[in-house]
Design a protein around this ligand. Structure first.
Ligand code: NDP
Length: 385
């Protein structure tokens, strides 16, 4: 129960959760989500997926997830600080650098992590920097953590395309969302020569035939914290369309959903296939419904599953924990190079597990098997505990 007082002096009460799912290979690790849709069921599915994702990274991190059924939209900085402080006042007793290490997720970025960390430090009276990841660079954050999930997705997709004799260079790409993951997926895709033509938020999508102007998106979303609609007001070549489904009608070679769970259902999948898309990279957690995933596989679409493709964020969080323990900071290039190596490895392990168990080319099954085996082995080795 998370009580706080809003700017009008009224008392608000929200419900917070932290699900500690499995610690066989390391401390519980997984993000915190602030969104009105948050409930125990959503946090549990995310925590369950997180176990196998974290295992795939090859780093010593267990699986957990948390959240808060609070809508941060339209709240002042003061209100955000108040609810972060109240949330941490309860959460602090359940977490710690060797116990459980939360990070950001939907609605939780650098600002929120800062307020959460400040309150943790105040209560504990200790500089346990490794208790949270996604911290600011002035107090223990890692360079490249902000970019890591988005960059990692594109590194994984590029490996998957290379395996099929293709590359992302020159492809037309649609990336849904306009948050942390989407923005840095667009950045890396553009750096590797792709043309990204559409992005969205939960109100509607923008289509820009000239290719997305990312600094303009960042100005609107990261600095002004406005809606994506604003992009079309400022960019003459762009159009804005209301509704969060239309983005899947945009023709693209590669589609990368980076907004939220279940954003692509069977109907959307059919439209995407009809449009000639040959690869789908799941940037958000489980953005395709089971039916949509199966449809893509039946139609021979290359599918990068979220627990493998978006593992770069948590992998870099684990690198942040390493730097905190060493009391050192690595350069951007050093962290990015490690991230790249980790994503290439995740792809190889996923591909090889699929092949070994008779599912060649099915990266969905490959990621599940590769992630599961390590956790199961560690649990069995540790006995009945
Ligand atoms: P953000 O809150 O930064 O951004 C989420 C974006 O998705 C916003 O633009 C939001 O728009 C949009 N969105 C939310 N719901 C919908 C919807 N129903 N239809 C269309 N757009 C929608 O979150 P992140 O970028 O951090 O996370 C995105 C996804 O990636 C989540 O599934 C998350 O679990 C996953 N992920 C994140 C990681 C990270 O490091 N941040 C790591 C691994 C996975 P609006 O502003 O309108 O709500």
């Amino acid at each position: 129960r998370v009580p706080w007082v809003d700017d009008k002096g009224e008392i608000q009460v929200n419900r917070g959760f932290r699900v500690q799912f499995n610690s066989a290979i390391g401390p519980y690790k997984g993000g915190l989500r602030f969104h009105p849709s948050v409930n125990l069921s959503i946090i549990k599915f995310l925590g369950f997926e997180q176990i196998f994702k974290n295992s795939l990274t090859g780093l010593p991190i267990g699986g957990g997830k948390g959240g808060y059924d609070f809508d941060p939209k339209g709240k002042s900085d003061n209100e955000i600080m108040k609810f972060c402080q109240s949330f941490m006042t309860e959460l602090y007793r359940h977490i710690g650098p060797n116990v459980d290490v939360p990070a950001g997720d939907i609605g939780v970025g650098g600002r929120e992590i800062g307020y959460l960390y400040g309150q943790y430090k105040r209560i504990r009276n200790a500089n346990d920097q490794g208790v949270l990841t996604g911290k600011g660079l002035t107090y223990g954050g890692s360079l490249a953590r902000t970019q890591a999930t988005g960059f990692g997705i594109i590194y994984f997709v590029e490996e998957m395309l290379k395996e099929a004799g293709k590359t992302i260079n020159g492809q037309t790409v649609v990336i849904s969302g306009a948050g942390n993951v989407a923005i840095y997926a667009v950045k890396k895709a553009q750096e590797l020569g792709a043309k990204v033509v559409a992005m969205c938020d939960s109100s509607g999508y923008i289509f820009d035939e000239d290719g997305i102007d990312l600094p303009l998106v960042q100005q609107i979303k990261e600095i002004e914290r406005k809606r994506i609609k604003e992009y079309a007001v400022r960019k003459p070549s762009a159009k804005y369309f209301e509704g969060n489904k239309g983005i899947w009608t945009v023709k693209a070679d590669v589609v990368i959903p980076c907004a939220t769970q279940n954003e692509i259902d069977l109907n959307d999948a059919k439209i995407i296939v009809e449009n000639g898309t040959f690869a789908v990279g799941e940037g958000a957690n489980m953005p395709c419904t089971n039916e949509a995933e199966q449809y893509f596989l039946e139609k021979g679409i290359l599918l990068a599953p979220s627990k493998a493709a978006n593992a770069g964020g948590v992998a870099t969080s684990a690198l942040e924990m390493t730097q905190n323990s060493m009391r050192l900071s690595w350069s951007f290039e050093e962290v990015d190079e490690k991230l790249h190596g980790i994503m290439v490895n995740i792809f190889k392990n996923t591909r090889d597990a699929a092949k070994e168990y008779g599912f060649e080319g099915n990266y969905l099954v490959g990621a599940n098997i590769a992630g599961f085996i390590k956790v199961a082995d560690a649990m069995m080795a540790q006995g009945i505990v």
